[in-house]
Design a protein around this ligand. Structure first.
Ligand SMILES: C[S@@+](CC[C@H](N)C(=O)[O-])C[C@H]1O[C@@H](n2cnc3c(N)ncnc32)[C@H](O)[C@@H]1O
Length: 353
């Protein structure tokens, strides 16, 4: 289980007795926010200039195993030091240079950087930026998350596993799902059409368009993600011939003309945790595949409840046949966590061309 540094209180300048401090409150928690890292780790807090990202000051911090939150108080600085300085605050593990998503070496703790804050202003917006380097890619994938408890506006562990698996499949280092390898590696005369359901912050679909040439990715979710996903699309650096769009799609209320164009790949990451929404999720998959019977559906999930097993029954009943793979993510105390990936294709039958 990966742990994420989060701001419980985003950074701000705080004046105390004519000196200025930078204060914030952080925790290191799971994607679900239901548990805290129960290991001691050394962190480093870096105050940097917003425009140039130039580091202005650094201070070590210690997260202790029993901790649930950690106050950050950098300083004191003189008012002159902070005048005119629109700033950011980055919190990362002391011994890690960058967060790299790679099979068997993803970090246990994901760093985070605040939104900007200024000397006169309010605290930074309630956001945190993850900069993730996918395998050997030189440019990071930049994804903003909210700092609150929204389910939708966060990155989930299955998303990290999906990205690692997609990267391996594109590079040909994983051949576990031959149909997916063929789809992602074959030369294309027209763009590969991908749709992500329940995209949240959009991390998986954005990563695909960043890694893969000549693909159009449509991210979909409930209206509540539109703002964060738009921020992330604007931050994204897709391949020059690839595109990323967003459209609201509620599985409980899909439009009559659900998809006007053929789809090659449907991405679903960590969307099976709520058994109540599984029938409508599978019904949307079913409808999408009715018009694109050769589409592949890549589902990544971390088992959280027994009730999620219903997803597999519903997919079987809808004639979807899977191939399975696993991606390991780190867990605390040097253990590992398993994310399951399934590549589904509609089984050919009398009604399916
Ligand atoms: C656990 S989050 C996963 C987000 C993202 N895929 C990831 O892995 O980081 C589940 C997502 O499913 C979306 N979702 C839940 N019910 C939905 C519905 N009825 N229609 C569309 N999206 C829904 C949520 O809004 C949320 O973004």
């Amino acid at each position: 289980m990966v742990y994420y540094i989060r701001f419980l209180k985003t950074p701000r300048f705080q004046v105390q007795k004519k000196s200025v401090f930078i204060s914030a409150l952080i925790c290191i928690t799971t994607d679900l926010g239901d548990d805290f890292l129960a290991e001691d780790v050394d962190l480093i807090a870096t105050w940097a200039q917003y425009s140039s990202h130039k580091a202005l000051y650094q201070e070590p911090l210690k997260w202790e195993a029993s901790t649930r939150q950690l106050p950050v108080m950098l300083g004191p600085f003189s008012p002159n030091d902070v005048a005119q300085k629109t700033s950011i605050l980055n919190i990362q593990l002391q011994d890690s240079q960058k967060d790299t998503l790679r099979v068997n070496s993803t970090p246990l703790v994901m760093s985070g950087c605040s939104a900007s804050f200024g000397p006169q202003s309010e605290p930074a917006e309630k956001l945190i930026l993850r900069e993730l380097y996918v395998a050997d890619h030189k440019q990071p994938l930049k994804i903003w998350e909210e700092t609150g408890n929204s389910i939708a506006r966060h990155i989930w562990d299955a998303a990290l596993a999906s990205i690692i698996f997609l990267e391996q499949t594109i590079q040909g280092t994983s051949k576990e799902m031959p149909a997916l390898s063929q789809l992602l590696q074959a030369p294309r005369s027209s763009p590969l059409q991908a749709v992500e359901l329940g995209a949240g912050c959009g991390i998986v679909g954005i990563a695909l368009a960043t890694m893969l040439d000549h693909c159009d990715v449509l991210l979909t979710d409930l209206p509540e993600v539109e703002e964060i996903v738009t921020l992330n699309i604007n931050e994204a650096r897709p391949q020059p011939s690839s595109r990323i769009h967003y459209q609201t799609l509620d599985w409980d209320d899909p439009p009559p003309n659900l998809c006007s164009r053929p789809i090659d790949l449907i991405l679903v990451s960590d969307c099976t945790y709520n058994a109540d929404s599984l029938p409508t999720l599978v019904s949307v998959l079913n409808r999408l595949v009715e018009t694109s019977p050769k589409a592949l559906v890549l589902v990544a999930l971390k088992r959280r409840h027994e009730s999620e097993a219903v997803f597999f029954d519903l997919m079987r009943a809808a004639a979807f046949a899977p191939l399975q793979a696993n991606v390991q993510l780190p867990a605390q105390h040097e253990e590992v966590d398993h994310i399951e990936l399934y590549c589904y294709r509609r089984q050919a039958g009398p009604d399916v061309p």
